[in-house]
Design a protein. Structure first.
Length: 487
Protein backbone atom coordinates (compact mmCIF):
# COMPACT_ATOMS: atom_id res chain seq x y z
CA UNK A 1 0.00 0.00 0.00
CA UNK A 2 2.76 2.46 0.91
CA UNK A 3 4.46 2.48 -2.46
CA UNK A 4 1.14 2.70 -4.31
CA UNK A 5 -0.11 5.55 -2.13
CA UNK A 6 3.15 7.47 -2.47
CA UNK A 7 3.17 7.09 -6.25
CA UNK A 8 -0.48 8.17 -6.29
CA UNK A 9 0.15 11.43 -4.47
CA UNK A 10 3.16 12.19 -6.64
CA UNK A 11 1.08 11.73 -9.77
CA UNK A 12 -1.72 13.93 -8.44
CA UNK A 13 0.49 16.74 -7.23
CA UNK A 14 2.62 17.01 -10.33
CA UNK A 15 5.76 16.65 -8.21
CA UNK A 16 6.13 13.59 -10.39
CA UNK A 17 2.47 14.96 -11.55
CA UNK A 18 -5.97 18.79 -8.36
CA UNK A 19 -11.24 20.71 -7.34
CA UNK A 20 -12.33 20.27 -7.95
CA UNK A 21 -12.05 23.43 -5.96
CA UNK A 22 -9.39 25.36 -7.80
CA UNK A 23 -10.48 28.79 -8.97
CA UNK A 24 -9.06 28.37 -12.47
CA UNK A 25 -8.42 24.61 -12.71
CA UNK A 26 -5.20 24.14 -14.71
CA UNK A 27 -5.63 27.25 -16.91
CA UNK A 28 -2.06 28.40 -16.31
CA UNK A 29 -2.41 31.79 -18.12
CA UNK A 30 -5.04 32.76 -15.50
CA UNK A 31 -3.55 31.16 -12.39
CA UNK A 32 -1.10 33.93 -11.65
CA UNK A 33 -3.86 36.55 -11.65
CA UNK A 34 -6.26 34.71 -9.35
CA UNK A 35 -9.17 35.54 -11.66
CA UNK A 36 -10.49 33.58 -14.63
CA UNK A 37 -14.24 34.11 -15.14
CA UNK A 38 -13.52 36.79 -17.77
CA UNK A 39 -9.93 35.84 -18.66
CA UNK A 40 -10.13 32.13 -19.56
CA UNK A 41 -10.41 31.49 -23.30
CA UNK A 42 -10.73 28.57 -25.77
CA UNK A 43 -10.69 25.09 -24.18
CA UNK A 44 -9.42 26.53 -20.88
CA UNK A 45 -12.86 28.13 -20.38
CA UNK A 46 -14.39 24.67 -19.75
CA UNK A 47 -15.56 24.52 -16.14
CA UNK A 48 -15.14 28.29 -15.75
CA UNK A 49 -17.47 30.08 -18.18
CA UNK A 50 -18.46 28.34 -21.43
CA UNK A 51 -19.77 31.59 -22.98
CA UNK A 52 -16.13 32.70 -23.36
CA UNK A 53 -15.85 30.25 -26.24
CA UNK A 54 -17.96 32.65 -28.28
CA UNK A 55 -15.35 35.40 -28.12
CA UNK A 56 -13.23 36.09 -31.17
CA UNK A 57 -9.60 35.18 -30.61
CA UNK A 58 -6.72 37.59 -29.99
CA UNK A 59 -4.67 36.12 -32.84
CA UNK A 60 -6.01 36.70 -36.33
CA UNK A 61 -6.43 33.54 -38.38
CA UNK A 62 -5.95 31.21 -35.39
CA UNK A 63 -9.17 29.17 -35.15
CA UNK A 64 -7.90 26.09 -33.32
CA UNK A 65 -6.25 25.89 -29.88
CA UNK A 66 -5.04 22.66 -28.31
CA UNK A 67 -2.91 21.64 -25.37
CA UNK A 68 -1.51 18.61 -23.61
CA UNK A 69 -0.69 18.08 -19.95
CA UNK A 70 -1.75 21.37 -18.33
CA UNK A 71 -1.44 20.74 -14.61
CA UNK A 72 -1.87 22.44 -11.27
CA UNK A 73 -1.65 21.65 -7.59
CA UNK A 74 -1.98 23.41 -4.23
CA UNK A 75 -1.10 22.19 -0.74
CA UNK A 76 -2.03 24.38 2.22
CA UNK A 77 -2.15 24.02 5.99
CA UNK A 78 -2.17 26.37 8.95
CA UNK A 79 -0.80 23.60 11.18
CA UNK A 80 2.82 23.84 9.95
CA UNK A 81 5.16 26.57 8.81
CA UNK A 82 6.67 26.57 5.32
CA UNK A 83 9.87 24.67 6.19
CA UNK A 84 7.93 22.04 8.15
CA UNK A 85 5.47 21.62 5.29
CA UNK A 86 8.24 21.14 2.72
CA UNK A 87 10.66 19.10 4.84
CA UNK A 88 8.37 17.04 7.06
CA UNK A 89 5.10 16.73 5.13
CA UNK A 90 6.29 16.57 1.51
CA UNK A 91 9.84 15.18 1.65
CA UNK A 92 9.14 13.18 4.81
CA UNK A 93 5.70 12.04 3.67
CA UNK A 94 6.44 8.38 4.49
CA UNK A 95 8.80 8.91 7.45
CA UNK A 96 7.60 7.15 10.60
CA UNK A 97 6.69 9.20 13.65
CA UNK A 98 8.17 8.60 17.07
CA UNK A 99 5.59 8.71 19.85
CA UNK A 100 6.78 12.19 20.87
CA UNK A 101 6.33 13.34 17.27
CA UNK A 102 2.81 11.89 17.19
CA UNK A 103 1.94 13.91 20.30
CA UNK A 104 3.35 17.07 18.71
CA UNK A 105 1.56 16.50 15.38
CA UNK A 106 -1.75 15.83 17.16
CA UNK A 107 -1.36 19.20 18.86
CA UNK A 108 -0.34 20.97 15.63
CA UNK A 109 -3.40 19.73 13.74
CA UNK A 110 -5.91 20.53 16.47
CA UNK A 111 -8.28 23.18 15.10
CA UNK A 112 -6.17 23.35 11.95
CA UNK A 113 -6.90 22.70 8.28
CA UNK A 114 -5.14 20.77 5.53
CA UNK A 115 -6.15 21.27 1.90
CA UNK A 116 -4.75 19.44 -1.11
CA UNK A 117 -5.97 20.12 -4.66
CA UNK A 118 -4.59 18.68 -7.86
CA UNK A 119 -5.79 18.78 -11.46
CA UNK A 120 -4.39 17.50 -14.73
CA UNK A 121 -5.87 18.31 -18.12
CA UNK A 122 -4.79 15.34 -20.22
CA UNK A 123 -5.70 17.22 -23.40
CA UNK A 124 -7.96 20.03 -24.57
CA UNK A 125 -9.02 21.22 -28.04
CA UNK A 126 -11.16 24.14 -29.18
CA UNK A 127 -12.44 25.32 -32.55
CA UNK A 128 -13.81 28.78 -33.41
CA UNK A 129 -16.27 28.91 -36.31
CA UNK A 130 -17.58 31.94 -38.20
CA UNK A 131 -21.28 31.18 -37.74
CA UNK A 132 -21.78 28.52 -35.05
CA UNK A 133 -19.60 29.91 -32.27
CA UNK A 134 -16.80 28.13 -30.46
CA UNK A 135 -16.59 24.46 -29.45
CA UNK A 136 -14.20 22.72 -27.07
CA UNK A 137 -13.55 19.31 -25.58
CA UNK A 138 -11.18 18.14 -22.88
CA UNK A 139 -10.34 15.21 -20.62
CA UNK A 140 -9.24 16.22 -17.13
CA UNK A 141 -8.68 14.72 -13.68
CA UNK A 142 -9.49 16.63 -10.50
CA UNK A 143 -8.51 15.63 -6.98
CA UNK A 144 -9.37 17.23 -3.62
CA UNK A 145 -8.55 16.41 0.00
CA UNK A 146 -9.64 18.50 2.97
CA UNK A 147 -9.50 17.86 6.70
CA UNK A 148 -10.16 19.87 9.81
CA UNK A 149 -9.71 18.22 13.23
CA UNK A 150 -10.81 19.23 16.70
CA UNK A 151 -8.75 18.19 19.72
CA UNK A 152 -10.49 14.86 20.31
CA UNK A 153 -10.35 13.86 16.66
CA UNK A 154 -6.71 14.83 16.26
CA UNK A 155 -5.63 12.93 19.38
CA UNK A 156 -7.56 9.79 18.45
CA UNK A 157 -6.29 9.78 14.87
CA UNK A 158 -2.62 10.36 15.71
CA UNK A 159 -2.32 8.66 19.12
CA UNK A 160 -4.83 5.90 18.45
CA UNK A 161 -5.42 3.53 21.37
CA UNK A 162 -3.34 5.66 23.75
CA UNK A 163 -5.33 8.88 23.17
CA UNK A 164 -6.43 10.64 26.39
CA UNK A 165 -10.04 9.88 25.44
CA UNK A 166 -9.61 6.25 26.54
CA UNK A 167 -9.77 5.60 30.30
CA UNK A 168 -8.00 2.23 30.35
CA UNK A 169 -5.17 0.57 28.44
CA UNK A 170 -4.81 -3.16 27.81
CA UNK A 171 -1.19 -4.32 27.64
CA UNK A 172 0.24 -7.24 25.69
CA UNK A 173 0.54 -9.34 28.89
CA UNK A 174 -3.22 -8.85 29.57
CA UNK A 175 -2.56 -6.28 32.32
CA UNK A 176 -4.98 -3.36 32.45
CA UNK A 177 -3.78 0.05 33.58
CA UNK A 178 -5.33 3.50 33.78
CA UNK A 179 -4.48 5.83 30.93
CA UNK A 180 -2.48 8.53 32.69
CA UNK A 181 -0.32 11.34 31.33
CA UNK A 182 3.44 10.81 31.07
CA UNK A 183 3.40 7.02 30.94
CA UNK A 184 6.90 5.70 30.16
CA UNK A 185 7.61 4.80 26.56
CA UNK A 186 8.20 1.18 27.49
CA UNK A 187 4.65 0.93 28.82
CA UNK A 188 3.15 2.71 25.81
CA UNK A 189 4.89 0.23 23.52
CA UNK A 190 3.05 -2.62 25.26
CA UNK A 191 -0.45 -1.17 24.74
CA UNK A 192 -2.65 -3.21 22.39
CA UNK A 193 -6.04 -1.66 23.12
CA UNK A 194 -7.55 1.46 24.65
CA UNK A 195 -11.11 1.41 26.01
CA UNK A 196 -13.69 3.12 28.17
CA UNK A 197 -16.14 1.70 30.68
CA UNK A 198 -19.62 1.04 29.36
CA UNK A 199 -21.67 4.21 29.55
CA UNK A 200 -18.52 6.39 29.43
CA UNK A 201 -18.10 6.48 25.66
CA UNK A 202 -19.20 9.28 23.36
CA UNK A 203 -20.99 9.14 19.99
CA UNK A 204 -18.76 9.73 16.98
CA UNK A 205 -20.72 12.90 16.27
CA UNK A 206 -19.61 14.39 19.59
CA UNK A 207 -16.00 13.41 19.00
CA UNK A 208 -16.08 14.91 15.50
CA UNK A 209 -17.96 18.10 16.31
CA UNK A 210 -16.76 20.75 13.81
CA UNK A 211 -14.33 18.19 12.37
CA UNK A 212 -14.36 16.93 8.80
CA UNK A 213 -12.46 14.71 6.34
CA UNK A 214 -13.38 14.85 2.64
CA UNK A 215 -11.84 13.44 -0.53
CA UNK A 216 -12.96 13.55 -4.15
CA UNK A 217 -11.26 12.30 -7.32
CA UNK A 218 -13.10 12.49 -10.63
CA UNK A 219 -12.18 12.32 -14.32
CA UNK A 220 -14.32 14.35 -16.69
CA UNK A 221 -14.93 14.13 -20.43
CA UNK A 222 -16.37 17.53 -21.35
CA UNK A 223 -17.94 19.17 -24.41
CA UNK A 224 -18.49 22.93 -24.31
CA UNK A 225 -20.00 25.54 -26.63
CA UNK A 226 -20.11 29.34 -26.62
CA UNK A 227 -21.93 31.70 -28.98
CA UNK A 228 -22.43 35.38 -29.75
CA UNK A 229 -26.12 35.76 -28.90
CA UNK A 230 -26.44 39.27 -30.21
CA UNK A 231 -25.16 42.83 -30.34
CA UNK A 232 -26.85 45.89 -28.90
CA UNK A 233 -25.01 49.09 -29.71
CA UNK A 234 -21.55 48.80 -28.19
CA UNK A 235 -22.41 45.66 -26.18
CA UNK A 236 -21.88 42.08 -27.33
CA UNK A 237 -23.84 39.36 -25.50
CA UNK A 238 -22.57 35.79 -25.26
CA UNK A 239 -23.99 32.56 -23.91
CA UNK A 240 -22.63 29.06 -23.51
CA UNK A 241 -23.14 25.63 -22.03
CA UNK A 242 -21.11 22.54 -21.20
CA UNK A 243 -21.91 18.92 -20.59
CA UNK A 244 -19.53 16.39 -19.10
CA UNK A 245 -19.48 12.68 -18.41
CA UNK A 246 -17.83 11.87 -15.10
CA UNK A 247 -16.03 8.79 -13.84
CA UNK A 248 -15.20 8.67 -10.16
CA UNK A 249 -12.24 7.01 -8.46
CA UNK A 250 -12.74 8.26 -4.89
CA UNK A 251 -15.29 10.04 -2.74
CA UNK A 252 -15.25 10.20 1.05
CA UNK A 253 -17.13 12.54 3.37
CA UNK A 254 -16.89 12.07 7.15
CA UNK A 255 -17.70 14.66 9.79
CA UNK A 256 -20.18 16.45 12.00
CA UNK A 257 -21.23 19.98 11.28
CA UNK A 258 -24.37 22.08 11.80
CA UNK A 259 -26.02 19.27 13.74
CA UNK A 260 -25.56 16.64 11.03
CA UNK A 261 -23.35 13.52 11.15
CA UNK A 262 -22.18 12.15 7.80
CA UNK A 263 -20.03 9.17 6.93
CA UNK A 264 -19.74 7.99 3.33
CA UNK A 265 -16.99 6.27 1.39
CA UNK A 266 -16.53 4.94 -2.15
CA UNK A 267 -12.88 4.30 -3.04
CA UNK A 268 -11.30 2.48 -5.96
CA UNK A 269 -9.75 -0.91 -5.07
CA UNK A 270 -6.22 0.47 -5.39
CA UNK A 271 -6.62 2.35 -2.10
CA UNK A 272 -6.43 -1.11 -0.51
CA UNK A 273 -8.80 -0.45 2.41
CA UNK A 274 -9.54 -3.51 4.55
CA UNK A 275 -13.24 -3.32 5.38
CA UNK A 276 -13.24 -6.77 7.02
CA UNK A 277 -16.61 -8.50 7.31
CA UNK A 278 -18.38 -5.45 5.90
CA UNK A 279 -16.53 -5.95 2.63
CA UNK A 280 -17.56 -9.60 2.37
CA UNK A 281 -21.27 -8.75 2.40
CA UNK A 282 -21.17 -5.50 0.45
CA UNK A 283 -23.27 -5.75 -2.76
CA UNK A 284 -21.05 -3.12 -4.43
CA UNK A 285 -17.65 -4.71 -3.69
CA UNK A 286 -15.32 -4.14 -6.61
CA UNK A 287 -11.83 -5.44 -7.37
CA UNK A 288 -9.19 -3.89 -9.60
CA UNK A 289 -6.58 -1.14 -9.46
CA UNK A 290 -6.34 2.51 -8.41
CA UNK A 291 -7.78 3.44 -11.83
CA UNK A 292 -10.87 1.21 -11.52
CA UNK A 293 -13.91 3.55 -11.48
CA UNK A 294 -16.35 3.28 -8.57
CA UNK A 295 -18.83 5.90 -9.77
CA UNK A 296 -20.16 7.78 -12.77
CA UNK A 297 -22.36 10.76 -13.48
CA UNK A 298 -23.24 13.70 -15.66
CA UNK A 299 -22.91 17.41 -14.97
CA UNK A 300 -23.10 20.66 -16.88
CA UNK A 301 -22.30 24.38 -16.88
CA UNK A 302 -24.17 27.41 -18.13
CA UNK A 303 -22.62 30.82 -18.60
CA UNK A 304 -23.19 34.33 -19.92
CA UNK A 305 -20.89 37.23 -20.61
CA UNK A 306 -20.89 40.69 -22.13
CA UNK A 307 -18.21 42.71 -23.85
CA UNK A 308 -18.81 46.45 -23.58
CA UNK A 309 -17.07 48.93 -25.90
CA UNK A 310 -14.34 46.35 -26.49
CA UNK A 311 -13.01 47.28 -23.04
CA UNK A 312 -15.14 45.85 -20.22
CA UNK A 313 -16.00 42.17 -19.81
CA UNK A 314 -18.62 40.91 -17.35
CA UNK A 315 -19.33 37.23 -16.81
CA UNK A 316 -21.50 34.95 -14.70
CA UNK A 317 -21.70 31.17 -14.73
CA UNK A 318 -23.15 28.25 -12.81
CA UNK A 319 -20.79 25.30 -12.98
CA UNK A 320 -20.86 21.55 -12.39
CA UNK A 321 -24.59 21.14 -11.91
CA UNK A 322 -25.16 17.38 -11.76
CA UNK A 323 -25.19 14.13 -9.82
CA UNK A 324 -22.71 11.30 -9.31
CA UNK A 325 -23.88 7.74 -8.76
CA UNK A 326 -21.32 5.93 -6.62
CA UNK A 327 -21.80 2.19 -7.14
CA UNK A 328 -18.47 0.56 -6.30
CA UNK A 329 -17.11 -0.14 -2.80
CA UNK A 330 -19.90 2.01 -1.33
CA UNK A 331 -20.07 2.25 2.47
CA UNK A 332 -21.95 4.32 5.03
CA UNK A 333 -21.48 4.42 8.81
CA UNK A 334 -23.84 5.11 11.68
CA UNK A 335 -23.32 7.49 14.57
CA UNK A 336 -22.07 4.74 16.91
CA UNK A 337 -20.48 5.22 20.34
CA UNK A 338 -16.70 4.77 20.43
CA UNK A 339 -15.74 2.54 23.35
CA UNK A 340 -12.45 1.00 22.23
CA UNK A 341 -9.73 1.16 19.63
CA UNK A 342 -6.89 -1.22 18.79
CA UNK A 343 -5.19 0.91 16.12
CA UNK A 344 -1.93 2.66 17.05
CA UNK A 345 -3.00 5.78 15.12
CA UNK A 346 -1.43 7.59 12.17
CA UNK A 347 2.26 6.67 11.95
CA UNK A 348 3.26 9.19 9.25
CA UNK A 349 1.97 12.14 7.23
CA UNK A 350 0.89 9.71 4.50
CA UNK A 351 -2.85 10.34 4.67
CA UNK A 352 -3.54 7.61 2.11
CA UNK A 353 -1.50 4.94 3.86
CA UNK A 354 -3.26 5.80 7.12
CA UNK A 355 -6.78 5.84 5.69
CA UNK A 356 -7.51 2.47 7.33
CA UNK A 357 -7.76 4.19 10.72
CA UNK A 358 -10.86 6.03 9.55
CA UNK A 359 -12.14 3.75 6.81
CA UNK A 360 -10.91 0.27 7.69
CA UNK A 361 -12.27 -2.60 9.79
CA UNK A 362 -10.28 -1.62 12.90
CA UNK A 363 -10.89 2.11 12.56
CA UNK A 364 -13.10 4.42 14.56
CA UNK A 365 -16.14 3.90 12.28
CA UNK A 366 -18.17 0.74 11.70
CA UNK A 367 -19.13 0.56 8.05
CA UNK A 368 -22.02 -1.08 6.23
CA UNK A 369 -21.97 -1.84 2.52
CA UNK A 370 -24.52 -0.37 0.12
CA UNK A 371 -25.42 -1.00 -3.52
CA UNK A 372 -25.12 2.65 -4.56
CA UNK A 373 -25.51 6.25 -3.44
CA UNK A 374 -26.38 9.36 -5.46
CA UNK A 375 -24.51 12.51 -4.42
CA UNK A 376 -24.62 15.95 -6.00
CA UNK A 377 -21.50 17.25 -7.72
CA UNK A 378 -19.72 20.26 -6.14
CA UNK A 379 -21.52 23.25 -7.65
CA UNK A 380 -20.47 26.89 -7.80
CA UNK A 381 -21.70 30.27 -8.99
CA UNK A 382 -19.02 32.48 -10.51
CA UNK A 383 -19.26 36.25 -11.02
CA UNK A 384 -16.46 38.27 -12.56
CA UNK A 385 -15.59 41.45 -14.42
CA UNK A 386 -12.45 42.88 -15.99
CA UNK A 387 -11.28 46.05 -17.69
CA UNK A 388 -8.87 46.13 -20.62
CA UNK A 389 -6.23 48.83 -20.84
CA UNK A 390 -4.99 49.57 -24.39
CA UNK A 391 -4.75 45.87 -25.26
CA UNK A 392 -1.68 45.43 -23.07
CA UNK A 393 -3.30 44.88 -19.67
CA UNK A 394 -6.50 43.64 -18.07
CA UNK A 395 -7.53 43.95 -14.42
CA UNK A 396 -10.62 42.60 -12.67
CA UNK A 397 -12.24 40.62 -9.90
CA UNK A 398 -13.83 37.21 -9.32
CA UNK A 399 -16.32 35.95 -6.76
CA UNK A 400 -16.86 32.19 -6.52
CA UNK A 401 -19.71 31.00 -4.31
CA UNK A 402 -20.13 27.32 -3.40
CA UNK A 403 -23.84 26.52 -3.76
CA UNK A 404 -23.85 23.13 -2.05
CA UNK A 405 -21.81 21.47 0.66
CA UNK A 406 -20.30 18.25 -0.64
CA UNK A 407 -16.82 16.77 -0.74
CA UNK A 408 -14.77 18.57 -3.38
CA UNK A 409 -16.33 22.00 -2.95
CA UNK A 410 -15.09 25.12 -1.20
CA UNK A 411 -15.81 25.61 2.48
CA UNK A 412 -16.32 29.36 2.00
CA UNK A 413 -16.74 31.80 -0.92
CA UNK A 414 -13.62 32.95 -2.76
CA UNK A 415 -12.89 36.61 -3.48
CA UNK A 416 -10.14 37.62 -5.88
CA UNK A 417 -8.59 40.74 -7.42
CA UNK A 418 -5.96 40.56 -10.10
CA UNK A 419 -4.81 41.19 -13.61
CA UNK A 420 -2.37 40.64 -16.42
CA UNK A 421 0.04 42.92 -18.25
CA UNK A 422 1.83 42.21 -21.54
CA UNK A 423 4.64 44.73 -22.07
CA UNK A 424 5.58 42.80 -25.21
CA UNK A 425 3.60 40.39 -27.37
CA UNK A 426 5.79 37.46 -26.37
CA UNK A 427 5.24 37.54 -22.60
CA UNK A 428 2.59 38.28 -19.96
CA UNK A 429 3.01 38.85 -16.23
CA UNK A 430 0.10 38.04 -13.90
CA UNK A 431 -0.47 39.12 -10.30
CA UNK A 432 -3.43 39.01 -7.93
CA UNK A 433 -4.78 38.48 -4.45
CA UNK A 434 -7.31 35.86 -3.32
CA UNK A 435 -8.96 35.07 -0.02
CA UNK A 436 -11.52 32.54 1.17
CA UNK A 437 -12.29 29.06 -0.09
CA UNK A 438 -10.19 26.48 1.75
CA UNK A 439 -7.15 28.75 1.97
CA UNK A 440 -5.79 31.77 3.77
CA UNK A 441 -5.18 35.02 1.86
CA UNK A 442 -2.81 34.39 -1.05
CA UNK A 443 -0.92 36.40 -3.67
CA UNK A 444 -0.73 34.45 -6.96
CA UNK A 445 1.84 35.35 -9.59
CA UNK A 446 2.63 33.93 -13.01
CA UNK A 447 4.62 34.28 -16.22
CA UNK A 448 3.44 33.24 -19.69
CA UNK A 449 5.75 33.16 -22.72
CA UNK A 450 4.66 32.77 -26.33
CA UNK A 451 5.77 33.22 -29.88
CA UNK A 452 4.59 36.65 -31.09
CA UNK A 453 2.16 34.94 -33.48
CA UNK A 454 0.62 32.96 -30.58
CA UNK A 455 1.37 29.60 -32.22
CA UNK A 456 3.11 28.21 -29.12
CA UNK A 457 2.57 29.23 -25.51
CA UNK A 458 4.11 28.08 -22.22
CA UNK A 459 3.66 29.29 -18.68
CA UNK A 460 4.18 28.72 -14.99
CA UNK A 461 2.47 30.25 -11.97
CA UNK A 462 2.33 29.97 -8.21
CA UNK A 463 -0.92 30.40 -6.32
CA UNK A 464 0.91 32.19 -3.51
CA UNK A 465 4.21 33.98 -4.11
CA UNK A 466 4.29 35.09 -0.45
CA UNK A 467 4.79 31.45 0.60
CA UNK A 468 8.16 31.52 -1.14
CA UNK A 469 9.36 33.93 1.55
CA UNK A 470 6.97 33.72 4.54
CA UNK A 471 6.93 30.86 7.08
CA UNK A 472 3.32 31.21 8.28
CA UNK A 473 0.21 29.57 6.70
CA UNK A 474 2.13 28.36 3.63
CA UNK A 475 0.70 27.30 0.28
CA UNK A 476 2.92 25.08 -1.86
CA UNK A 477 1.60 25.33 -5.39
CA UNK A 478 2.33 25.30 -9.08
CA UNK A 479 0.34 25.61 -12.27
CA UNK A 480 2.09 24.96 -15.56
CA UNK A 481 1.67 24.16 -19.21
CA UNK A 482 4.31 23.66 -21.88
CA UNK A 483 2.39 22.25 -24.83
CA UNK A 484 -0.27 24.82 -25.75
CA UNK A 485 -0.68 25.70 -29.43
CA UNK A 486 -2.86 27.79 -31.79
CA UNK A 487 -3.23 27.18 -35.49
Amino acid sequence: MRSRAYLFILVLLGIAHTSTAQTEMSAFPCSGSGISTTLATDYQAIGINPSNLGWSGKYEGKKVAFGLGDLGYSLYTDALDRDELKKDFVKGFDDKFSYAEKVAVAKDFTDAELTLNGDLRLFGVSLMTASAGGFAIHVADRFQWYNRFNRSTSEILYLGRTAPYFQHLLLADSTVIDNEPDLPQGTLDQVINGYNDRGEGKPISKLMEDAEVTMDWVREYALSWGYLIGTSGVVNWYGGASIRYLTGFAHADVGYEDGEFKAFSALSPGFDIDYGDAGLSNPSTRSGTIMTPVGSGVSGDIGFSTYIKNVVRVGVSYTNLGVMTWNGNVYTAQNDTLYELSSAGFDSYNIFDNADLVLGEHGILKWEGKKQEKIATPQQTRIGASYGIKEIAEVGFDVIIPTNKVAGNYEKPVYALGGQVSPKKFFTISLGMTTGGNYDTRVPMGLTLRLPTGVWEVGVATRDVISLFSQSTPTLSMCAGFLRFRV
